[in-house]
Design a protein around this ligand. Structure first.
Ligand SMILES: [Zn+2]
Length: 84
């Protein structure tokens, strides 16, 4: 389910964010990293940040810097992720 719009979607169409265990959020390109993850449509990311859905999903308090990191990571994500 997308944390932004809360619609069900195939996770292949979603981005997975994972808490990296230290102090930041990582975009899980292969959707295989361990840990608590949150799924999002790319266009829903900003909304999910505003509604704190990402923080809720990760069960973390995300400060402004961490949120900017998420947006930066999403922006840096290639449009066509490599498969496999
Ligand atoms: Zn969505």
């Amino acid at each position: 389910m997308c944390a932004g719009c809360r619609e069900r979607a195939d996770k292949r169409t979603l981005i997975r964010l994972v808490w990296n265990g230290a102090d930041s959020v990582t975009v899980d390109q292969r959707q295989r990293l361990p840990g608590r993850g949150v799924y999002l449509h790319a266009p829903c990311a900003e909304r999910a940040l505003k509604t704190r859905a990402i923080a809720r999903g990760l069960r973390r308090t995300l400060d402004g810097a961490a949120l900017r990191e998420v947006l930066t990571a999403l922006a840096a994500r290639p449009d066509e992720p490599s498969v496999g």
